[in-house]
Design a protein around this ligand. Structure first.
Ligand code: NAD
Length: 456
């Protein structure tokens, strides 16, 4: 295990750095990171191919592009985000002026999962640096090539007292969680999220938890099925469905079941050729067991294409006839299995969604705005996507995050900047009349207070 002394020293204080880490230094750090990514593009392709069997084009699309976009959006907006924000005085505050001053939290810890091993380390790092923090980043031990590359890139691009990469498994994560960080940004499963929150309570460290869950898709009676199939299948073949905001299962109006099935088969045939590996033997076995359990309990499981277990490749599978007792009905699938569940009345779907833990994303394919509004207003989820999947993750001006079981706090753009900032109110008195009602409470003061209670 790595020596914790360096990380502990970094976590213990960088006050002097915080004071001098202004707009110019923050922009320079972001630019250095961008240069390192561009220069090492082919090394990044190689690392992701080694860890997840990913095609280089997909790595560009789902790792590099989101980080580069985050960097350029952040760099160009940073001056505005860092500016103190004026708060207009409320009546009792007449004679004062107020500003909200964003200040860096200090030294933050970023714990990342394996499914987008570069992007989920660096996107939060961009926000942390933008907000003026130092950071320790711990990539997942399940993607060692990407972790090692990240450690090299960061060491070459950024000073060691600004960002460190900690490599290792659960024991390293636990040792880091012992340190008094000023914020913890965790992306991973709800089960580990609970442990992180518990560990954070020791130092009263604030946490952002970007978790997972079962994100449902609803295909309405008037949906454009070709469009729906294209987006649903994309969310299932991208990274072999190991996507936190990927569609987990599909509710489809009974009248469209057969047509959607045909459209999905056509799309799987079109997009399914470049499906990456399942991350490791444990997850591969878990997914095979999920499909087998569904088949054993009476579901029809249809694979699209051949499997290659030796290389951990699992063909996408459609699951029809899902029952409540099947594991696939309750466990986050996080892989290329797609249950297709017919419904007659959308209120049945709303009832099932609200009875389950709150999902990270919810997708609706429909032309009818009434249906979209009904589902949006009657359900709670981290975000809602209409006539698309996955992209709720990628909008630079929308906060990204979960709710309830799918997480707390928000990332990306301004929301990410604010996550890693303390928005400090600074209230200045110019000519506040409030001393008129300070004690002693004589008759005049009592009258004034009475007037205030009536009018304010
Ligand atoms: P995970 O929770 O197993 O691991 C995430 C990180 O936590 C890793 O760095 C790991 O080393 C560390 N960790 C593991 N056990 C720990 C412990 N006991 N104490 C402290 N740290 C520990 O998650 P995973 O399997 O790598 O990723 C899959 C999960 O992540 C899915 O649930 C998925 O939905 C979720 N996810 C969410 C988002 C999001 O943005 N909301 C993005 C990607 C993945």
């Amino acid at each position: 295990m790595q020596d914790m002394t360096d990380f502990a020293a970094l976590a213990a204080g960088t006050d002097h750095r915080r004071q001098s880490f202004g707009l110019t230094e923050r922009r320079a750090a972001l630019s250095a990171l961008e240069r390192a990514l561009r220069t090492n593009r082919s090394a990044i392709h190689d690392a992701l191919r080694a860890d997840l069997g990913r095609d280089a084009a997909e790595t560009d699309l789902v790792e590099l592009l989101p980080i580069l976009t985050e960097i350029s959006h952040t760099r160009s907006s940073l001056r505005r985000w860092m500016r103190p924000r004026r708060a207009a005085p409320t009546l009792a505050m007449l004679g004062t002026s107020a500003r909200l001053v964003p200040e860096a939290k200090g030294v933050v810890l970023i714990l990342a999962p394996w499914n987008f091993p570069l992007m989920l380390c660096l996107a939060p790092l961009v926000s942390a640096l933008a907000a003026g923090n130092a950071a320790v980043v711990k990539p997942s031990e399940l993607t060692p090539a990407t972790g090692a590359l990240l450690a090299r890139l960061v060491a070459e691009a950024l000073p060691a007292d600004l960002v460190r990469v900690a490599l290792g498994g659960v024991e390293v994560a636990q040792a880091l969680l012992e340190q008094p960080f000023d914020h913890i940004f965790f992306t991973g499963s709800p089960a580990v999220g609970r442990k992180v929150m518990q560990a954070a309570s020791r130092h009263l460290t604030p946490v952002t938890l970007e978790l997972g869950g079962k994100s449902p898709v609803i295909v309405g009676p008037d949906a454009d099925l070709a469009q729906a199939a294209r987006w649903i299948v994309w969310g299932k073949v991208m990274n072999a469905g190991q996507v936190c905001v990927g569609p987990d299962h599909v509710f489809v109006h009974s009248s469209r079941m057969a047509d959607l099935r045909a459209a999905l088969m056509a799309e799987f045939a079109r997009q399914g050729g470049d499906i990456p590996r399942i991350a490791n033997p444990r997850h591969h076995a878990r997914l095979v067991a999920l499909a087998q359990d569904a088949a054993d309990k009476g579901a029809v499981v249809t694979p699209f294409g051949p499997d290659d277990p030796a290389d951990l490749r699992l063909a996408p599978r459609l699951i029809e006839g899902q029952g409540a007792a099947m594991m696939v009905a309750t466990e986050e699938i996080f892989g290329p299995l797609l249950p297709l569940i017919p419904f007659d009345d959308v209120s049945q779907v709303i009832a099932r969604i609200t009875a389950a833990p709150k999902p990270l994303a919810l997708y609706i394919f429909a032309r009818d705005r009434g249906l979209v509004d009904l589902v949006t207003s009657r359900t709670s989820s981290g975000s809602v996507g209409v006539n698309l999947t996955v992209m709720t993750f990628s909008h630079g001006n929308l906060p990204f995050g979960g709710v309830g079981n799918s997480g707390m706090g928000a990332a990306h753009g301004l929301a990410g900047f604010e996550t890693f900032s303390h928005l400090k109110p600074v209230l200045r008195n110019w000519a506040s009349p409030l001393p008129l009602v300070f004690p002693p409470y004589g008759a005049r003061v009592r009258r004034l207070i009475g007037t205030m209670v009536r009018w304010l």
